[in-house]
Design a protein around this ligand. Structure first.
Ligand SMILES: C[S@@+](CC[C@H](N)C(=O)[O-])C[C@H]1O[C@@H](n2cnc3c(N)ncnc32)[C@H](O)[C@@H]1O
Length: 244
């Protein structure tokens, strides 16, 4: 058997039952996705596959084909691509790799559309989230499952949060997050239908605003703090929608 990877991002369960515990609890996250148990006959696309946990899981659930697409992490942190390749070997997988940015995806896939598209943990990295949703719609012709950060959960009007620098979780690649009405509206405008947004599976205080007093004036931070004493206003949701 291939040597087991260490210090992984995804958690994995090996064919012999052993577990690799990564930084992300993919077993718990998987439950929140409400993925159909039986994917037989479906062509699946996993956009932003990273170390591939969800791609391999779709294959395990009987998908006819699975494409794992990613670029940024695989190029910036090759150890994650190495983990993907090692797990591909361990699972004796037929998952196909497409190295592509979201921006180039329609071209990279030659216009092919999938029956099930996973877009997990990617939308908040988008400089232009509406454009990303339109691309996801273009490469899909069935169920689309999105998992993403949402913010301003206590605001009823559609709004988007913008995170300058590393103000969301200390990570400069986190750029923006809609609240739930904005996410729904953007998805409708991108052409999705039958949009179901599940209850947030995580909720947080607006910790990014506490983090960086240099970016946000002290008076704004203290105003927001007092406004936010009770509500937990950012979080993560899963969305199911149809692209056919
Ligand atoms: C937070 S990780 C999520 C990984 C996995 N989908 C999950 O849910 O565990 C975000 C992934 O999106 C990818 N990503 C972000 N922006 C991207 C872009 N513009 N083009 C391609 N991939 C991108 C990153 O490379 C990374 O693998």
């Amino acid at each position: 058997m291939d040597e087991l990877p260490h210090g992984t991002y995804h958690s994995f369960r090996l064919p012999d039952g052993r577990e690799i515990r990564g930084q992300a609890d993919t077993f718990e996250r998987l439950k929140a996705l409400h993925l159909p148990e039986d994917l037989s006959g479906l062509d699946v696309l996993d956009i932003g596959s990273h170390e591939g946990f969800y791609s391999f899981e779709c294959e395990r659930r009987g998908a006819k084909s699975v494409v794992a697409a990613d670029k940024i992490t695989w190029e910036m942190f090759p150890e994650h691509r190495t983990t993907f390749d090692t797990m591909h070997g361990i699972f004796d997988s037929d998952v196909e790799v497409v190295v592509s940015s979201v921006e180039d995806l329609v071209e990279s896939l030659d216009g092919k559309q999938s029956d099930l598209t996973l877009f997990l943990g990617v939308l908040y990295h988008a400089p232009d989230p509406f454009e990303y949703l339109r691309i996801v719609k273009q490469v899909s012709k069935g169920l689309v499952v999105i998992e993403t950060v949402v913010d301003f959960l206590d605001v009823d009007l559609p709004v988007l949060a913008y995170y300058p620098g590393d103000t969301y979780n200390g990570d400069t690649t986190n750029v923006t997050a809609p609240n739930i009405p904005a996410l729904r509206a953007m998805m409708e405008d991108a052409g999705f239908h039958d949009i179901e947004i599940f209850e947030p599976h995580e909720k947080h205080r607006i910790h990014q605003l506490h983090a960086n007093a240099a970016v946000y004036p002290r008076s704004l931070v203290s105003k927001l703090r007092s406004r936010l004493l009770k509500p937990t206003i950012s979080g993560r949701v899963v969305v199911h929608a149809r692209a056919d």
